[in-house]
Design a protein around this ligand. Structure first.
Ligand SMILES: Cc1ncc(COP(=O)(O)O)c(C=O)c1O
Length: 353
């Protein structure tokens, strides 16, 4: 399947307003965006236009019923070949379609997703930060556009990709609150997909945790609230007695691409990694007997960040006080080096545009 992509260029680039030293996260958008429309039968009108508002009817069904999904991925500037490389883009494309299927949305062919992405990035290559801390965050998303307020799957959709040059999402180790009252998802629900509602529903508990001095919520399993799942933006890893542990995938947590890269990367570097259930009790016991060395989170936006400590009920448990960052520092450095092209890409993860 071939899609002809038309390009309407912005007259004057906004790049002069862009300060690579202090870009923060998610506030600066590049000059262009990619769009395509599903008319109920096929994808049409693949186009790149200047970044800007998309006119919508107030009855647009995504706004009312949440048929809306997204991805988060990154491109990096490589020093050795001066090229722009996407990190594991096919993984995001596949997860996007898993989300689309669950939310009764059309399949997005690889050619549309990847060619749209590459054509857009070729145009925006000057926006990819050249420093080691920066990258270009890419947000592909799709939402229902039917002008109809009956509760039924939309027939029409729009697929969009825009980009933001970004720095680190978190600037310091995090304090996380073990959540036992609220649930992010439930068995049979949509926790394993990247649909917009998962994030809207998490905002209230996250805000409560922030008022209590935490940075993020650590979600627990929705049935017993005893097993660790993930945080609001990332997956979690623990290092106990030299074993790296991360909760197994299930219908209630997101299968992070960084999680998968960290598991594969650690095994490649010779570590033992197990995907197995991890309870709050086991975590507290490991902290008490001194066997818990590290807790860290992984995500495309979050990258890889250490956990300072966690709050459970009324008590706070500091992990970094007694731990070390040996494993997380090793894998973070290795992953950063692979993504920035500083070392050979032995697992074949970078895709040059
Ligand atoms: C809820 C949740 N869990 C985990 C992740 C990490 O996924 P990834 O590594 O693919 O970015 C994210 C980020 O997208 C997320 O939103």
């Amino acid at each position: 399947m071939n899609f002809k992509i038309t390009i309407e260029k912005r007259q004057t680039s906004k790049i002069a307003e862009f300060y690579p030293e202090n870009i923060g996260f998610g506030k600066i958008f590049t000059d262009h965006m990619f769009l395509a429309n599903w008319d109920g039968l096929e994808w049409k009108d693949a186009r790149i236009v200047p970044y800007g508002p998309i006119p919508l009817s107030p009855a647009t069904s995504a706004i009312h019923y949440g048929q809306s999904i997204f991805e988060g991925m990154k491109a990096f500037s490589h020093s050795h070949d001066k090229g722009i490389h996407l990190f594991r883009p096919l993984e995001n494309w596949m997860r996007f379609n898993i989300s689309a299927e669950r939310m009764v949305m059309p399949y997005v062919p690889k050619e549309l997703y990847i060619d749209g992405l590459k054509t857009l990035l070729k145009l925006e290559s000057a926006w990819v930060p050249k420093n080691e801390k920066g990258s270009l965050y890419i947000r592909p998303f799709m939402f229902a556009t039917d002008d109809f307020i009956g509760v039924t799957p939309s027939k029409t959709f729009i697929f969009v990709i825009f980009c933001c040059p970004v720095g680190p999402y978190y600037s310091k180790p995090l304090k996380i609150k073990v959540e036992e009252t609220y649930s992010r998802s439930a068995p049979g629900g949509v926790g394993y997909v990247k649909c917009a509602g998962n994030y809207g529903g998490a905002m209230f508990p996250t805000l409560q945790a922030q008022k209590e001095g935490y940075d993020q919520v650590l979600w627990t399993d929705p049935l017993t609230h005893t097993l660790i799942e993930e945080t609001g933006t990332s997956n979690l890893f623990a290092v106990i007695n030299g074993e790296v542990i991360t909760p197994p995938l299930s219908a209630t947590l997101l299968s992070g691409i960084t999680r998968n890269s960290v598991i594969k990367g650690l095994r490649h570097l010779g570590y033992e990694v197990n995907e197995r259930p991890l309870s709050i009790l086991a975590l507290k016991n490991a902290l008490n007997d001194g066997s818990l060395a590290e807790l860290f989170i992984t995500g495309t936006a979050a990258t890889l960040v250490g956990i300072q400590g966690f709050g459970h009920r009324d008590a706070y448990f500091d992990v970094m006080d007694q731990g070390n960052n040996a494993v997380s520092t090793h894998i973070k450095t290795w992953l950063d080096n692979v993504r920035h092209g500083n070392i050979p890409d032995e697992l074949d993860w970078n895709v040059k545009i």
